[in-house]
Design a binder for this molecule. Structure first.
Ligand code: ADP
Ligand code: ZN
Ligand code: ZN
Length: 697
């Protein structure tokens, strides 16, 4: 007898083929098994979704089905919980099952034959027990209380802990307690950025032994990823550390999920299937009976709104909030100083008071950090005689001047040219940089500190860390190592340096020019800015012993033209709850998330008219669909950066107070959108996609 198998394979993103394809096989195959199947002229990897005997009623259609090429039966099938996660993500984010399922598997698996895989598995390590080691610090009362509640309540938990309050130690001990009770259990620990994984990995390996811990992130080679994935799937690894992609790791014994820095936008995938790994982690935890702990000093307003202060207390939310307001040791949070840039001489970049404070630290051998959210030398190059500016010919954006190699680079499409010798429009040789990026700030600091000497008489050492300085493999690691080793006095960088790093000798952090975010059109910009400033403040004065030995105080400096803005008032007091309360009131009044649920329909086309016509036709087509009466559909508008690489971009917002109604509408809309692409309104549309719970609109 033959069996009919429904198999998820990687089909094009918006394929009309549906979610699964049918194949035949002479024997039943367990759901979750990996198979190789013919697709077009290729043989591809697939995941069996279901199997049933090919009945007589299948008739002629069954005869047409192609047979499965090979079953990779050396590998245990992917579990029902994993398949449910994939199915939920596909449904919720409006993608195909095969796309999500196959993207969740390590790329190398696609290329291995059944025989190669079986051989590879023979080399796989035996299950590693966690080794539980000597140097475990005694918990602070706040940490102990957080852990006690974690142990007795069911969660999900929001660990609301100041920077340096010892959140990581709480994660470590939660994992340790789990493995003590259930030595075969597994824990998933997620961080937002690849460059934060090495430090975390070191701490976990130190605590649990290197055999028990594996990493999963896109910075690994394919063989490394395969090895980690197999260790997670085979339950030989106890702990998986990773970035957002790790949320899809197959972990049959999963009992705990930690999402560190849960507010971080990098948990939202920004291309293809635009999933939120944080939200999926919460869903997965509930499905699998695993406890979920979200951690942050500045939670997303969504999570904050969902959380209640203490057991039994009202707050409306279903997350249990565990608060750790104090820093470890006697270290206080840094004193926040606001510099009113309106009172400085014109064109001041770094105020005299700030330079003086940095100078004092240099003299004492301490470190300072200045960040600016703009890389390159200057955001624009302009002619003083005519109105030529360094616009990108392919995008609605300026090309950034990089002095290091004298290029103009578009940060959107990558278009790069040598800086022209004279103005291309009028020939004026005097074209000048306008504004300031990290390169120019680094140069400026170099000039200002040129005559200053360190305690031993040597010159001041200034370094820069941003996407440009760290392009080379291993560059970031060596630059961070230099900071940790005390070989740098003043560190300049983008937000890359503001996140997560456990610097010990930095006693001053400065935000050079954060004002743009105060008046951005993106309603989440103030939330991001507040988080970023709190995070960067968290880099200063982390080591209480060092501070007192130095007799130093930690300071966070903010240069602004709006020192009386309420955001800064809350920052001064390190008062996230006050900031959140005010922001949530505004969001509630305006009916914005977390009080509403949103999705964006985006379209790219050769012309803006074509993109908008498609979107508006799509909106008209949604009229009367299930859920539509509870969903507001706005008009199509150009994207904030309207043109990138000669492609016009537009978007249409749909919004509802009911997540269910929005989901129902999106599900009913999807097939119409596929059809519309072929209609006259869809002419000229290059691609379209739905972004559910978009992070920026
Ligand atoms: P967070 O993740 O909240 O920023 P960390 O967990 O990195 O904070 O802790 C900050 C520093 O304090 C780290 O160097 C950590 O080793 C140390 N630490 C954490 N908990 C304790 C404790 N209970 N006793 C002593 N040191 C601790
Ligand atoms: Zn000119
Ligand atoms: Zn461009």
């Amino acid at each position: 007898m033959n069996w009919r198998l429904e198999i998820a394979v990687q089909t094009p993103a918006h394929s009309a083929l549906g979610d699964v394809l049918s194949y035949t096989h002479p024997s039943p195959v367990a759901p979750g098994a990996l198979v190789r199947v013919p697709l077009g002229r290729r043989e591809v990897l697939g995941v069996v979704w279901s199997a049933q005997p090919a009945g007589a009623d299948d008739g002629a259609a069954a005869l047409e089905l192609k047979p499965v090429g090979a079953v990779l039966d050396a590998l245990p099938p992917l579990g029902a919980a994993w398949r449910d996660l994939v199915a939920f993500a596909a449904r919720y984010y409006q993608r195909s099952l095969g796309e999500i399922a196959l993207a969740a598997l390590p790329p190398q698996l696609r290329d291995l034959s059944a025989v190669q895989l079986a051989r590879r598995l023979k080399r796989q390590a035996a299950p590693a027990a966690a080794a539980a080691s000597a140097c475990v610090p005694a918990l602070t009362p706040e940490q102990a209380q957080a852990l006690a509640r974690y142990e007795t309540e069911s969660g999900p938990f929001l660990l609301f802990g100041s920077t340096g309050s010892g959140k990581t130690e709480v994660y470590l001990q939660a994992v340790a307690a789990l493995l003590e009770r259930e030595p075969q259990a597994q824990a998933l620990v997620m961080v937002p950025e690849i460059n934060l994984t090495p430090q975390l990995e070191a701490r976990f390996k130190d605590r649990f032994g290197s055999g028990a811990v594996v990493s999963l992130h896109s910075g690994m080679t394919n063989p490394q990823r395969l090895a980690s994935w197999l260790a997670a799937h085979g339950a030989t690894a106890r702990i998986v550390l990773g970035t957002r992609m790790a949320v899809f790791a197959s972990m049959p014994a999963l009992k705990l999920i930690v999402v560190d820095e849960e507010h971080d936008p990098s948990y939202k995938q920004q291309e293809g299937a635009r999933y939120s790994a944080r939200d999926l982690a919460v869903w997965r935890g509930r499905r699998e009976g695993a406890k979920v702990m979200l951690g942050s000093a500045t939670p997303s307003l969504e999570s904050w709104h969902q959380s209640r202060p203490a057991q039994g207390e009202d707050g409306g939310g279903r997350y249990a909030r565990l608060a750790m307001p104090s820093r470890i040791g006697t270290a206080a949070l840094p004193m926040v100083r606001l510099v009113d840039m309106g009172l400085q001489p014109p064109r001041t970049v770094l105020s005299a008071a700030l330079l003086d404070a940095i100078g004092q630290r240099v003299a004492r051998g301490e470190q300072s950090m200045v960040f600016l959210n703009r890389r390159g030398y200057a955001p624009v190059l302009a002619c003083g005689d005519c109105d030529w500016k360094s616009e990108c010919p392919h995008c609605s954006a300026f090309r950034v001047f990089h002095k290091i190699d004298r290029t103009l680079r578009c940060h959107h499409c990558g278009f790069t040219e040598r800086v022209p010798r004279a103005c291309p429009a009028c020939g004026n040789p005097d074209i000048a940089p306008v504004g300031r990026g990290t390169e120019r700030l680094e140069e400026h600091l170099g000039e200002l500190f040129a005559g200053v000497r360190r305690p031993d008489g040597s010159p001041v050492r200034i370094a820069r860390i941003d996407a440009d300085s760290t392009r080379r493999q291993g560059a970031l690691e060596s630059q961070l190592a230099a900071v940790h080793a005390g070989e740098i006095d003043v560190l300049v960088g983008t937000q890359m340096i503001a996140k997560g790093h456990d610097f010990r000798r930095i006693t001053l952090v400065a935000a050079a020019n954060p004002d743009a975010a105060l008046f951005s059109s993106d309603f989440r910009a103030p939330e991001r800015l507040f988080g970023l400033l709190m995070q960067s403040a968290g880099r200063a004065g982390r080591d209480a012993a060092y501070l007192s030995a130095q007799g130093a105080t930690a300071e966070m400096w903010v240069q602004t033209h709006h020192p009386r803005h309420p955001l800064f008032a809350a920052l001064r007091r390190h008062d996230y709850p006050a900031f959140a309360q005010r922001e949530l009131q505004e969001r509630a009044a305006a009916g914005m998330p977390p009080f509403a649920f949103q999705a964006l329909l985006r379209a790219d086309a050769r012309t803006q008219e074509a993109a908008q016509a498609f979107l508006n036709a799509a909106s008209a087509a949604a009229e009367g669909l299930e859920g539509a009466q509870h969903v507001t559909r706005y008009s199509a508008v150009p994207h904030a950066i309207q043109r990138v690489a000669n492609v016009e971009r537009a978007q249409l917002l749909v919004e509802s107070a009911s997540r269910r109604a929005l989901q129902r509408l999106l599900a009913a809309w999807q097939p119409l959108l596929h059809g519309l692409r072929k209609a006259p309104e869809g002419k000229g549309v290059i691609r379209w996609l739905v972004d559910v719970d978009p992070q920026s609109i």
